[in-house]
Design a protein around this ligand. Sequence first.
Ligand code: ADP
Ligand code: MG
Length: 379
Amino acid sequence: MKNSFLDKLLHRMDRVGSDDLQIYLQRLAKEKGFLETIFNTLQEGILVIDQKGKILYFNSSAQNLIGIPNEKALDEPIAKYLRDFDWKTILADGKVLTRDIEVSYPEERFLSSYIVPLTDDHHMIHAYALILHDLTRYREKTLETIESEKINALTVLAAGVAHELGNPLNSLNIHFQLLERELRKKGGDSPDIQEHIRVVRGEIERLDSIIHQFLQALRPATLERQPASINEVIQESLMVLKPEIDDRDILLETDYGIDLPPIQIDRNRMKQVFYNLIKNAIQATRKGGILKIATGANDTHLLIAFIDNGVGIPAENITRLSEPFFTTKPLGSGLGLLIVRRIIREHGGELQIDSQEGIGTTVRLLLPLTEKRVRMLTR
Ligand code: ADP
Ligand code: MG
């Protein structure tokens, strides 16, 4: 602060008349105000504390970052706001110090702190500047990146393992069939053995379906989008499942919206979505139940609803639906909804599931209309 306006003023103090003094004081206040304004626009929190750790100054960022309520905090100990520091040692050492800290008040934040002693002309420490920098967002970003890279690596690994499982499984299947044939030839297929065979075959099929679906869920999707009529795609998906619907005596009600705008979708992937959702509804519904499928549109989205009056999903399971492998079915894979969610997300859409135990489940899909309906302006 050498040569500052204040120094000059102090030197001349004895010569300053009382009228001038007022002008000088006004200028001083202005200079201080100017600096304060600048300090308050900084994103960094800045505090000055004295050798005993009392707060002498704080800017508005510091106030936000560590939750200083008001001006009354001046003269309060800094330890009241930043407890994690060993202030006694810091203030005794008089060294420059940097440290990352986490604060929980007024918000969970991650801060980097920098403490510098301020010295006078004789190298005597008379105060400390404490500078705080908010790293919360930066750290979240970093963690997100690490997380998504971890997931990528795991995905590649998992897909590799699943793929490798396919070959021995195939061979197992073939040899099992041969074994079965041999047994039959030798007349060794008693009811007991037949039961064992049935179980093994069922398990092989289950493994095969898990691997198949798992790979499907992981497959990096490059969507092949083409304009399609959503009603048509639903009808095609229904065709495959029609025998199952009839077999279970389920009443299918369809309410197709008319004049729906065509939508840019990957037809095959979208069929996978409908297939999975309809299959879930069928599996949840008792004989003679009802499955309703409705489509419609608003200005921005196509809406598709699958409404069943099946067993429903208990509240404690609703949150688990996004977990891979979550299933309540003895032969389920728990991957269906994962595949559905992923495909819908890739189309920029949204999946909503409402369910009441014992009453039924409604699954809604919202797909953004890429080509918004153009409204003509009439004059
Ligand atoms: P999976 O069908 O192989 O079990 P999904 O991911 O398709 O795997 O579904 C996960 C679970 O969500 C199911 O096991 C079931 O408990 C529940 N679920 C999904 N759809 C419905 C539905 N329409 N009605 C009742 N429960 C459902
Ligand atoms: Mg399913």
